[in-house]
Design a binder for this molecule. Sequence first.
Ligand code: 13P
Ligand code: SF4
Length: 377
Amino acid sequence: MNLIIDEETAVSLETGSACSLENYLALPDHSMDERIARARERLGATTILLGHHYQRDEVIWFADFTGDSYKLSKIAAETDAKYVVFCGVHFMAESADVLGRDEQQVILPDLNAGCSMADMAEISQVEACWEALERLGLTTDLIPLTYMNSTAAIKAFCGERGGLVCTSSNSRAAFEWAFARGKRILFLPDQHLGRNTGYAMGIPLEQMVVWDPWALQGGQVASDLALSRILLWKGHCSVHQRFLPSQVDEIRAKHPGIQVIVHPECRWEVCQKADALGSTERLIKIVEDAPTDTTFAIGTEIHLVNRLAHRFAAQGKRILSLDDHGCLCTTMYRISPQHLAWALENLVDERVVNRIKVRSSVKLWARMALERMLEIG
Ligand code: 13P
Ligand code: SF4
């Protein structure tokens, strides 16, 4: 395989047809714009391009729809397009495949675009947890509920046991749904979203225990498990975990009157100090609806924060990152314009690359869990 090492040589490839990914990766970002636009045009209505809000500008420009994970899964469930190119991370593309029609094909431009939080719960660990709880007689009134940020196998696990999926935009409705059917919830894999949601519903912190998949019996004694209302899986988002309560205090001292808005994947102590919490879509809406001259500190991924800062500067709204250094989701960042151009140009040549296909045995119950989520809205 010949790698293109300088831009001059690379340019000669620009008019060529789709070739190996390495050749694309050697080209500069800006040289992809025209190619992506051209491929997009040639693919027409056969292809829909979905972009999560954490994607880079050079990728999000080309999205037919942008959204949070709930909105994008809903669009994926409704589209007639033959190809769904998902500019997001692996669990989002999997969910699109589960919800889509059989003849539809979902493409993730870079297969390395995973999610460190989703990786914190493996299906074998979840099965072992359930068995341990079963031995204690605690599964009869236990509803398993998983955050969208999990594998399709875990979604299927929840679906098969009468549970469902939720996102940060409908976690409260999902908890209410679950408490109408059981006494206790097992929430996977984000302890922070689970704790923030439960607390907002009036469940005291003492009634939420953390299940550590690496410790014997989750690191809990049987009596505490029996008294709990929510079992929180010990998982977190490495990006949102970086926001700290001290940062909220510091930014408020520096900018009196500032509005602090954060994603509910942030730790409870940060969420308690914030003015509002919300999914990525909701955070955008809060900024849109705010009066001019409002200053915001936002606790979420830096690409979204920078995009909002740029978009609302003309309206006099000032937007800062809650963390001075900005928190980057490195896996979302993996979807580069080069990967996108490569995937689209291959589609133009009728080659499907990086297809995400969930096994049919998993699909059945994962779909049930996702459909329950779509029903509660
Ligand atoms: P949203 O559903 O709010 O877009 O969140 C997805 C995510 O992965 C946040 O880290
Ligand atoms: Fe996963 Fe966190 Fe990245 Fe969201 S921001 S995709 S939870 S690692």
